[in-house]
Write a protein that binds this ligand. Structure first.
Ligand SMILES: Cc1ncc(COP(=O)(O)OP(=O)(O)O)c(N)n1
Ligand SMILES: Cc1ncsc1CCOP(=O)(O)O
Ligand SMILES: [Mg+2]
Length: 573
């Protein structure tokens, strides 16, 4: 993977020399398969290395129960599963933490075997403490003896002993694929794993690997210090690395000087593929190597073959980096990035007001492209004028707009609305709502179902739904809508073939609704008062199209309508 900053799933192994346990404290050996078996037949528990009682009998019994449930066809689904064997990064940008986030973001379960604990932040690595080899073995045994792991992905393997232990575990518990991210070289270029680790990597791990994903420095270290400065060098490197035994090789060219594109080189033993991608200019690249390898592992766990897995993983990392360009975490030169993309935009909310306040429905302005065309106005100007006159919420209902134009207008309207503290909804077009990060959508009975829209938009966006009957109103509530638009109350020319439900229909909906309601259809200066005067429960306002947008001066009409509504229903505000 090639990016503007150095791939940084590397940690400063040299630091750990001072602080790691050079001779591990005497632990009893890890519990073997035989011991597990013995405990099944005999005593129900055994004592762990920490002295705690572990109930293997109970664990095995539980395992058997779950297996039986699976066999009896209880509708249990196997989840794609990646086991990461790597170091912990306290700053959570790289290592185990990045692997967990990457797998979660790719919809794959991730278990973890921790090989080392690092004290690390965006400034650098302050300390490393290796986990005793026996305890790495114990973690491997725990996970692999119980869970159906599809793919193992390795990151920081700080000692030859740990590499050997991993090899033994993989012999004992074969998996579908092994992804090796050879975390060996610091961002400063030092060879951080001693020659002994390099040797055991080359001799014992690479021959087992389905793919190895070194950056330029790591590839160079594996190749005994060979200079890698051009794409031609990378082509030679992938072939030489392939001779060490891995079935596929991906050399990441992010550190390659002088190219405006970023090029990674992939080799499957027969063909070389140069994988180009635009360089993302960002400081937030910490953990890209771990994430890329984990994403590859996740795709393989889902059943992908290797080249598509690499391509998807690359695209995921590029998107995540691009999306995270502006986030700021930590004071150091390399920040972490955001694996959860759009999801987090919704969660962060960045201080925007987006949950529906029912009083927002008071004067609900719905745009119409035909009317704007007729009066020679842009959507943005129409929206500005409506808000100036007192509109409390805006819906863009652009039935005949072209997608590209609609999206551009929606983005501008978002700025107009947000700078004025007014929510903006999109009619029908969830794609536009997602693309412009609108505050929500309005859907009708034959548009996208509310539940599907909720899944796509997330829990914090506003969803309104059109209802003509009490049954529809009840369903809207059950489906998780935020408000109901009920109408047409009066005949209208704005929407064709629309059944008029009248004030009686509105009353039935309002009485049965648990959600706030806005009345729509043929409402204007002459009848808005009559609608609101009914004082119906849950009726929070009126939605209008032509009464504002098919008039010469939108702001004046909005102001007058606001006054009428305020006079009719002072308690609504
Ligand atoms: C506030 C509000 N209520 C109802 C509607 C109508 O939506 P729908 O039934 O989907 O019809 P179209 O507007 O899509 O023609 C609405 N837009 N807004
Ligand atoms: C979109 C819609 N849904 C029911 S009636 C209607 C049109 C409302 O337009 P107007 O306010 O011009 O009558
Ligand atoms: Mg609709």
């Amino acid at each position: 993977m090639a990016f503007s900053a150095t791939l940084s799933c590397t940690v400063f192994f040299n630091l750990h020399k001072n602080r790691s346990r050079s001779s591990p404290p005497p632990h009893p050996p890890p519990i073997s398969r035989q011991e597990l078996r013995r405990s099944r037949g005999g005593s129900a528990s055994s004592r762990s290395r920490s002295g705690r009682i572990r109930s293997f009998g109970a664990m095995e019994a539980a395992t058997a129960e779950v297996a039986a449930a699976g066999e009896s066809g209880g509708g249990m689904a196997k989840v794609p599963h990646v086991l990461t064997v790597a170091g912990s990064d306290s700053g959570a940008g790289a290592g185990i933490q990045a692997d967990l986030k990457a797998c979660a973001a790719r919809g794959v379960y991730c278990s973890t075997v921790i090989t080392a604990v690092t004290a690390q932040n965006t400034v650098g690595v302050q300390g490393v403490d290796n986990v005793p080899e026996e305890f790495v073995a114990e973690q491997l045994e725990s996970v692999l003896s119980d869970m159906q792991v599809d793919v193992v992905k390795t990151g920081m393997l700080p000692s030859p002993g740990i590499v050997r232990i991993l090899r033994k575990s993989l012999n004992k518990f074969p998996v579908k694929a092994l992804v090796v991210d050879p975390v060996m070289v610091s961002t400063s270029g030092d060879v951080l794993a001693g020659p002994s680790v390099l040797d055991v990597f080359r001799e014992e791990l690479l021959p087992l690997a389905d793919i190895v994903t070194p950056n330029l420095k790591e590839a160079s270290a594996l190749l005994g210090g060979r200079q890698l400065e051009t794409i031609a060098d990378m082509h030679s490197a992938v072939k030489l690395l392939h001779q060490m035994g891995p079935r596929h090789v991906l050399v990441k060219g992010g550190d390659l000087p002088g190219s405006c594109d970023a090029v990674d080189v992939f080799f499957d033993g027969e063909r070389i593929h140069d994988l180009h991608a635009p360089r993302v200019k960002t400081r937030n690249t910490h953990g890209t190597g771990c994430t890329l390898a984990s994403c590859i592992a996740a795709e393989l766990a889902k059943g992908s073959s290797m080249l598509p897995a690499v391509q998807v993983a690359k695209r995921f990392v590029e998107n995540a980096l691009d999306y995270s360009k502006e986030i700021s975490i930590g004071k150091g030169p390399q920040g972490p990035f955001d694996h959860f993309l759009m999801l987090n935009r919704k969660v962060h909310n960045f201080g925007k007001k987006i949950v529906l306040d029912p009083s927002d429905l008071f004067l609900y302005a719905v745009t119409d492209s035909g009317m704007n065309r007729k009066w020679g106005r842009s959507i943005e100007d129409a929206v500005k004028a409506a808000i100036e006159g007192g509109a409390t919420i805006i819906q863009l209902r652009e039935k005949d707009a072209e997608t590209r134009n609609f999206l551009e207008a929606a983005k501008s309207c978002m700025e107009v609305c947000h700078s004025r503290g007014v929510p903006l909804l999109i009619n029908d077009r969830i794609d536009i709502a997602l693309a412009c990060d609108a505050d929500g959508i309005h859907v009708g009975q034959s548009d996208m179902p509310v539940r599907t829209a909720r899944t796509l938009l997330g829990p914090e966006k506003i969803i309104g739904v059109s209802c003509k009957t009490p049954e529809q109103a009840q369903q809207a509530y059950m489906d998780g809508a935020d408000y109901i638009g009920s109408g047409g109350i009066y005949p209208t020319n704005t929407k064709e073939n629309n059944l008029t439900i009248g004030l009686e229909g509105l009353k039935a909906v309002c009485l049965s609704s648990k959600l706030p309601v806005v009345a729509i259809g043929g409402i204007g200066m002459s009848n808005a008062h009559a609608v609101m005067e009914l004082g119906l429960p849950n009726l929070k306002g009126v939605a209008v199209v032509s009464a504002l947008f098919d008039r010469e001066c939108i702001s004046t009409e909005a102001r007058k309508l606001h006054e009428v509504l305020s006079g009719a229903a002072p308690e609504v505000k």
